[in-house]
Design a protein. Structure first.
Length: 332
């Protein structure tokens, strides 16, 4: 509770040993509070937190045997890379020779051995992030907590570090809980994603299941782009019966666009075809995004750019189609 506001409410979550779980949500959804509860920086007003079956709700953070990586990295600015890594081992009373061996081993693993004598200010953002990860792992904690770990990096470096974090998780096998608002990051890294909204869990599932079968309109829109067919002005065909209280939804990349006279696909009997007019086209490198108006509805169509592809401009008449099996139904 923050005053009279419950930042997290009715949160019940089990994390499996060795799992990479990501808590995903917009600002104010309660995801960071959930991580701070796990880390021991915030005490629950009610309920309990169990690690390996034992309550830790009253255990201070420094006694929980967890590695933590913050968005700001939180490196000691007055210590070299090596000393930053040695510090947590010193606090545990490890002998100097053993500290040296362990620091050398993890510096080698994160490709920073030649930077061991540098200060954090002499490192790039990606190098600082690797030092922060190494420091969180060096004492061999069973649990690793990541708080928006890549938020301070530019896009290319962020994608590179996603691969590094995934590789470290496979190698060390730590139970990892990550908090982020970045959907691509969550989809790339996670074994399971928990989507939070207003302090509660909206849906929890594997990345593939969440993206392909979102339970609610909120999840569909938050995890990627979605065409919500709410009174679209045309009948939506589907292989499944629409449950009451739901809306039809289809992902933009599941829709194909073609000229009205183009030959239909071999699986045309499994598809729904609709005529439309292009209202906008956006070129984004490997992708081309169309906004296609169908009556009173505008649908987003996303296709991968390929050589020889026909390109449509605003005002062009087109035919769009999708597999009836690709239509999903989401709760309001």
């Amino acid at each position: 509770m923050y005053g009279q506001v419950a930042a997290v409410e009715d949160l019940s979550l089990t994390v499996h040993r060795g799992e990479f779980l990501t808590i995903l949500g917009p600002s104010g959804s309660g995801k960071t509070t959930a991580l701070m509860l796990l880390a021991g920086f915030v005490a629950p007003t009610k309920g309990d937190i169990l690690i390996a079956g034992k309550s830790v709700a009253a255990v201070p953070s420094y006694r929980r045997d967890q590695g933590i990586v913050f968005q700001s990295y939180a490196l000691f600015p007055h210590l070299t890379v090596r000393r930053n890594l040695e510090f947590p081992l010193e606090m545990r009373g490890m002998k100097a020779a053993d500290r040296t061996t362990r620091v050398d081993r993890i510096l080698e693993r994160v490709h920073l051995k030649e930077f061991s004598g540098r200060m954090p200010s002499q490192l790039s953002g990606g190098q600082q992030q690797r030092v922060a990860l190494a420091r969180a792992l060096i004492a061999d904690p069973p649990i690793l907590l990541l708080d928006e770990p890549l938020g301070a990096l530019d896009r290319n470096l962020r994608e590179q570090m996603q691969g590094e974090i995934k590789s470290l998780h496979r190698e060390f096998g730590k139970t990892t809980i990550c908090v982020t608002h970045d959907q691509d990051e969550a989809l790339t890294l996670s074994d399971r994603i928990v989507v939070m909204r207003a302090g509660r869990i909206e849906q929890s599932d594997s990345p593939e299941a969440l993206y392909d079968r979102p339970a609610t309109r909120f999840v569909a829109n938050f995890l990627g782009e979605a065409n919500i067919l709410d009174n679209p002005g045309f009948a939506v065909d589907s292989d499944a019966t629409q449950p009451s209280g739901t809306m039809a939804m289809i992902r933009p990349e599941r829709i194909c666009v073609a000229a009205p006279t183009a030959p239909k696909r071999v699986d045309a009997d499994k598809r729904q075809f609709i005529a439309g007019i292009v209202s906008d086209m956006i070129y984004a490198g490997p992708l081309r995004k169309y906004q296609v108006r169908v009556g009173c509805t505008v649908l987003t169509v996303r296709e991968h750019v390929a050589s020889g592809q026909e390109i449509f401009r605003p005002g062009d008449n087109v035919r769009i189609d999708w597999l009836r099996s690709d239509v999903r139904f989401v709760a309001v």
